[in-house]
Design a protein around this ligand. Structure first.
Ligand code: ZN
Ligand code: ZN
Ligand code: FE
Length: 762
C-alpha cells in the first residue's frame, strides 16, 4: 500500500482493526510503503479492506492499494513487525504536523504527566520531515535517537491501544528534549519553565527573542509595539516586506481580519501555514511597521506545544519571522544562530532536539475558494506528486534562482523539497547544495538525469553544470516558462496538448532575451511559443527590477524612441537626477546593459511607476501588489491592445500604456485605472486563447499570485468555453519549477545511451 501513511498512527490503526475483526497476520513499514498481510474469514477480510479506507487516520492518504491473495500462513495473531530497509525507497515522508487536539488538551491539564511539556506529540501530530535523517521512518533514523525513552514513554510506545504507539518522537519531561534560555553569548540564563517565563517577559518588555522552533529559529517580538518591530526591521535589514504574525487563537484573528470558512480551516489545519488574510480597517492596536501599506496580514496560529505555551501566556499577537538576515536561509542550530543572529536577537530560547533540515513556515492564500500554496515549507514539504507510467529513470531537478526548491523523481513519484530561498547569498547556496544532496540520499536514488534552468547565471544552473560534470548523469536544460507550465500540468494530471499561459518576472528565453509574458502551445514532447509581449529594454537589468521607474522609462523609450528625451513635457514619474537620466538614456539608445524583455511582471512594475504608485521596490512583486491592492472593483471596460504577426504573435501594449497615461492626466481615479489595466490583461489572455484553439488552458508563473488577475482570468476563460487550470499545492512562482523541469526531462525523447551530455528542452 502506498500513500502518506507512515508516522500517522497507521500501523496501530491497522493493528486495532485487524484484531477487532479477528484476523491474523502482520503490518510493517517498508521502503515502498506499508505492507499488510491479513488472513481469516473471507467476509471479514473484505470488511477489513473497506474499513481500512473509511476509518483511516485523519492525515493519512492512501494513493495506491495492491491486493494479492496468498496461501494462508496460519497466523492466528496480528503483529506489528520491524521495518525493512531494502529495495527502492519510495515511501512518502510526512511533513511536520501541527499539535493535535488531544495533545493540546493534555498540555494544559495539570493532572496530566505532560502538563506544560513543550515537546509533547503523538502519532497524529508532531515533527516529521524536520527530524528524519533516513528512511524508513523509525526512531533510530530520526534526530530523536539520542533520547532514550523512560519506562512510562516506553510503555506507551509499545502499547497498540495507546495514542503514542510507535510515535517516533515520543517523549516527556523526564526523558525528552529540554529548553534553555541563553544570552547573546550563549550563556545559560534559565532552564525549562523558568526559560519560558523569562522569554515571555522578554517579549513583553520589548525585546527580540530568537526561538528554536520546528524547522529553524524564529524571531519573536510583541506585534503591538511599534518600536521593537521597527528595531527588528533595522537589524534584519528588512525595510518593508510584511512580517508574519502568530495569534493566540482563532478568535483573536477574527478581531483583526475578515475570515472565510476555508481560511479558518486552513489556519486550523495540520499544515498550519501562514495564511494571507484581508485586514479590517484600522490598525486595531497592531504596530504600523508590521505590514506597512499592505491591506493583508500574514497570519498563523500556534502549531507546536512550545508556541501554544508562549502564546497562551502572552495573550497577544507576536511577529514570528524567520531567524535570518533578509534573503538568507533560516538558522537551524544553536552555534549558527548565535553567530548569524548575534546582532539581531537579544535572547535565545533553545532546545536540544536537533533539526535535521531547515523548514520555513509555509504561506498560503485562498483564491477561487481554493487553497493556493505560495511557499511550501513546514506542513507541506516534501510535496509528493504521483505521475503515470514513470519510467525507470531517476531525475533530480535543481530549480531556479529565486524561491528555489529542488525535486527528485524516483519510481512513480516526484518529491519536491521544502522552500530553500533565493540563491544570492553564501548561506543560501550552502543550503541549496545540502538540499540537492538530501533528497537523493533519503530516497537512496542515484540521478540518471540532472535537470536545470537554461539561465547561464543561475547558481543552480552552474551547480548542475559543474557538480555533475564528471558523473554519469545526463544533463538537461529546461526553458523556464515551459517548466512553469509543465509543473501546473503535472499537478493537475493533465496531458498535452494545452495552451500554457506563463506570466512572471524573469525567465531566460530561448533567444537569450528575458521572457515573462509567454503563451506556449505544449505538445507531447515540447512546445511552441504561440504569443508573447512586445519587448522593451530594462536599463541596468537587475537594477531595473529593483526600480520600477527604470522599467517605466524603458517602456516609454520603446514607444517614443530617442524623441523621449527631447520632449517638452516632463516624464510622468518622479524625475531621475539628470546625471542618472543621461546614463540611462545612453544605455537605452545603445542597448548596452539593457536586456530586452517580454515580461508581464515588469509591465506591472512599469504601470505602477507611471501611475506614481511606486518607483523603487524593497522586495520582488511589491509594485504589482500595490497595483492589485489599489483596484476599485465594480467597473468595466478595458484598454486597447493589438495582436501582430504570427508564431509568435506579438501583443502590443502601446495603446494601453498611452491610454493609461491619458486617464492619469485627466485625473481619473487610480482604482479605476488599475481595474481597467487588469481587465485588459485578462482580455489579452482570452484573445490569444481564441487563436490557440486548445480547450485546456494552464495558468502558471508568479503573476498568478495576484488574486484579482487569477480569479478574473479563470472566470472569463470559463465564460468563453475554455477549461482553465491553475496551481494548488505547487507554488505558481519559481518554487514550482523544479517539478516542471523533472517533467520536461521525462517527456522529451532523448538520444539513447548518452551519458554526461547536455540536451535542451525547447
Ligand atoms: Zn498529538
Ligand atoms: Zn518519558
Ligand atoms: Fe518564473
Amino acid at each position: 500500500m502506498q500513500g502518506a501513511v507512515q508516522g500517522v498512527g497507521f500501523r496501530p490503526f491497522v493493528y486495532r482493526l485487524a484484531s477487532e475483526l479477528g484476523l491474523g497476520g502482520w503490518v510493517l513499514n517498508s521502503p515502498h510503503g506499508v505492507c499488510i498481510e491479513v488472513e481469516g474469514d473471507e467476509a471479514q477480510v473484505h470488511r477489513f479492506e473497506q474499513r481500512l479506507e473509511n476509518e483511516k487516520p485523519r492525515v493519512a492518504t492512501i494513493t495506491g492499494l495492491k491486493v494479492s491473495p496468498l496461501t494462508p500462513a496460519r497466523c492466528e495473531r496480528f503483529d506489528i513487525r520491524d521495518s525493512v530497509a531494502e529495495g527502492t525507497k519510495e515511501a512518502f515522508i510526512l511533513p511536520d504536523l501541527a499539535t493535535c487536539a488531544d495533545c493540546l488538551r493534555e498540555l494544559f491539564d495539570p493532572a496530566n504527566r505532560r502538563f506544560r511539556y513543550p515537546f509533547t506529540n503523538c502519532t497524529n501530530c508532531g515533527p516529521r520531515f524536520s527530524i528524519i535523517e533516513a528512511l524508513p521512518y523509525d526512531r533510530p533514523n530520526t534526530s530523536m535517537k539520542k533520547f532514550a525513552m523512560c519506562p512510562e514513554c516506553q510503555r506507551e510506545y509499545h502499547d497498540p491501544k495507546d495514542r503514542r504507539f510507535h510515535a517516533q518522537p515520543n517523549a516527556c519531561s523526564k526523558c525528552g528534549p529540554q529548553m534553555e534560555l541563553w544570552d547573546a553569548t550563549g550563556r545559560v540564563l534559565a532552564r525549562e519553565h523558568e526559560a519560558l517565563a523569562q522569554s515571555i517577559d522578554a517579549v513583553r518588555g520589548g525585546k527580540i527573542v530568537a526561538m528554536k522552533g520546528i524547522g529553524g529559529f524564529q524571531l519573536l517580538v510583541d506585534a503591538r509595539n511599534d518600536d521593537v518591530v521597527r528595531r527588528l526591521r533595522e537589524r534584519k535589514h528588512r525595510r518593508e516586506k510584511p512580517f508574519a504574525l502568530m495569534f493566540p487563537s482563532l478568535e483573536s484573528v477574527e478581531e483583526q481580519c475578515r475570515l472565510s470558512a476555508l481560511e479558518k480551516q486552513l489556519l486550523l489545519s495540520y499544515q498550519s501555514p501562514i495564511v494571507l488574510l484581508e485586514k479590517m480597517s484600522g490598525d486595531n492596536g497592531l504596530a504600523r511597521a508590521v505590514a506597512p501599506g499592505n491591506p493583508y496580514l500574514g497570519v498563523m496560529l500556534p502549531y507546536s506545544p512550545l508556541h501554544h505555551l508562549l502564546l497562551h501566556e502572552l495573550e497577544c499577537p507576536v511577529v514570528a519571522t524567520s531567524g535570518n538576515l533578509s534573503d538568507e536561509p533560516i538558522c537551524i542550530d544553536e552555534p549558527e544562530a548565535l553567530e548569524r543572529l548575534a546582532g539581531i536577537a537579544d535572547v535565545f530560547l533553545v532546545h536540544n532536539r536537533p533539526i535535521a533540515r531547515h523548514m520555513d513556515d509555509s504561506i498560503a492564500r485562498v483564491m477561487m475558494e481554493r487553497e493556493v500554496v505560495l511557499r511550501a515549507g513546514r506542513g507541506y514539504a516534501p510535496t509528493a506528486i504521483s505521475i503515470e507510467g514513470g519510467d525507470s529513470e531517476t531525475v533530480l531537478a535543481v530549480g531556479g534562482q529565486l524561491k528555489n526548491a529542488v525535486a527528485l523523481k524516483t519510481g512513480n513519484h516526484v518529491f519536491i523539497s521544502q522552500h530553500i530561498g533565493d540563491l544570492e547569498t553564501e548561506p543560501a547556496l550552502a543550503a541549496f547544495e545540502k538540499s540537492a544532496a538530501d533528497l537523493p540520499r533519503l530516497y537512496d536514488a542515484k540521478p540518471d538525469i540532472i535537470a536545470y534552468d537554461l539561465h547561464p547565471e543561475y547558481l543552480s544552473t552552474k551547480f548542475a553544470r559543474t557538480e555533475f560534470e564528471t558523473g554519469q548523469s545526463q544533463r538537461f536544460g529546461v526553458q523556464h516558462h515551459y517548466a512553469h507550465v509543465l509543473s501546473c500540468m503535472a499537478e493537475n494530471n493533465l496531458s498535452a496538448p494545452v495552451l500554457g499561459i506563463c506570466w512572471d518576472g524573469t525567465g531566460y528565453g530561448l533567444d537569450g532575451t528575458i521572457w515573462g509574458g509567454e503563451f506556449l502551445l505544449v505538445r507531447e514532447d515540447g512546445f511552441d511559443q504561440l504569443a508573447t509581449f512586445r519587448q522593451f529594454r530594462l536599463a541596468g537589468g537587475d537594477k531595473a527590477v529593483k526600480q520600477p521607474r527604470r522599467t517605466a522609462l524603458g517602456v516609454l523609450y520603446e514607444i517614443y524612441g530617442s524623441e523621449l528625451f527631447e520632449r517638452e513635457e516632463p516624464l510622468p514619474f518622479v524625475d531621475f537626477p539628470s546625471t542618472e537620466l543621461k546614463v540611462l538614456q545612453k544605455m537605452l539608445v545603445t542597448g548596452a546593459g539593457s536586456p530586452l524583455t517580454s515580461s508581464a511582471g515588469r509591465l506591472f512594475d512599469a504601470v505602477a511607476s507611471l501611475l506614481g504608485l511606486r518607483h523603487a521596490v524593497d522586495f520582488e512583486g511589491q509594485a504589482a501588489m500595490d497595483l492589485e491592492f489599489v483596484i476599485k472593483p465594480g467597473g468595466g471596460g478595458f484598454y486597447h491592445f493589438e495582436l501582430q504577426g504570427e508564431q509568435p504573435i506579438i501583443i502590443d501594449w502601446e495603446s494601453m500604456v498611452l491610454e493609461i497615461l491619458e486617464d492619469k492626466r485627466t485625473g481619473k481615479a487610480m482604482g479605476d485605472i488599475a481595474l481597467k489595466f487588469h481587465h485588459t490583461l485578462v482580455e489579452i489572455m482570452v484573445a490569444i486563447a481564441r487563436v490557440a484553439g486548445e480547450q485546456k488552458i494552464v495558468l502558471s508563473g508568479g503573476c498568478f499570485q495576484n488574486k484579482f488577475l487569477l480569479e478574473r482570468t479563470v472566470q472569463r476563460l470559463r465564460d468563453e468555453g475554455f477549461i482553465p487550470y491553475s496551481h494548488n499545492r505547487v507554488p505558481p512562482n519559481d518554487g514550482g519549477i523544479a517539478l516542471g523541469q523533472v517533467m520536461a526531462a521525462l517527456r522529451t525523447h532523448r538520444p539513447e545511451n548518452v551519458s554526461a551530455k547536455e540536451v535542451c528542452a525547447a
